[in-house]
Write a protein that binds this ligand. Structure first.
Ligand code: ZN
Length: 207
């Protein structure tokens, strides 16, 4: 069981820098564990791999670009995605490790992902990118970003989460990629979002 304190992660705490030396994005944020958004128990227990992931893969959910940035909406979406993955895709649990809503709410996706991130020496096998599920962390960003870019609050949360993942696992920011970099059959995370990946790598490197 992850304590409330443990999920209040500050990038500064992770990298051991004083708060005064950190850019504004290096604030403390919270990743809401599965238990808080009302996740169903997984059909299959997540497979824990005793090694670190090598990269981060960014996705969009290809859902509506809603204006509702509330926690209530975030929890509803997290349950919706889990239901889609379990009941329609017939997967054991949510496919991705983490989800970020358009309101910038950070949520654990697949059970065990947050504990593994906090430990920094293991990962759970995902179901988000064919061929990359045993060596990457998948982040789903709520919305459709073919010709629109993510809202600033969502972007800031993504930069923060990528920075934490990179620090915890020793991943270089250059290893942040888009889903379609590994599969020609998808537009994910959308043209507009994909074009921002160099900026994402640069901003993560600055934290
Ligand atoms: Zn994707």
């Amino acid at each position: 069981m992850v304590s409330r304190r443990a999920v209040l992660l500050g990038v500064g705490a992770v990298v051991g820098l004083g708060a005064s030396t950190l850019p504004p994005r290096a604030v403390r944020r919270r990743i809401e564990p599965c238990a808080e958004w009302g996740a169903r128990p997984p059909v299959e227990q997540p497979v824990s791999l005793s090694r670190k992931p090598e990269r981060i893969i960014v996705h969009h959910t290809a859902t509506e670009n809603v204006a509702d940035g509330s926690r209530q909406h975030a929890h509803e979406r997290a349950r919706f995605f889990q239901g889609l993955h379990m009941d329609v895709n017939d997967w054991g649990d949510t496919g991705q490790h983490f989800t970020i809503t358009r309101g910038g709410v950070l949520l654990e996706g697949r059970h065990g992902s947050l504990d593994a991130l906090l430990a920094g020496d293991r990962m759970v096998e995902g179901a988000h990118a064919f061929g990359q599920n045993r060596n990457s962390i998948g982040i789903e960003n709520e919305g459709t970003y073919i010709d629109q870019t993510p809202p600033a609050v969502q972007w800031d949360a993504l930069v923060w989460l990528c920075a934490v993942i990179c620090r915890q696992y020793g991943i270089a920011p250059a290893e942040i990629h888009g889903h379609r970099d590994f599969w020609d059959g998808t537009m994910c995370p959308g043209d507009a979002f994909h074009a921002l990946l160099p900026r994402l790598r640069a901003e993560v490197a600055l934290i």
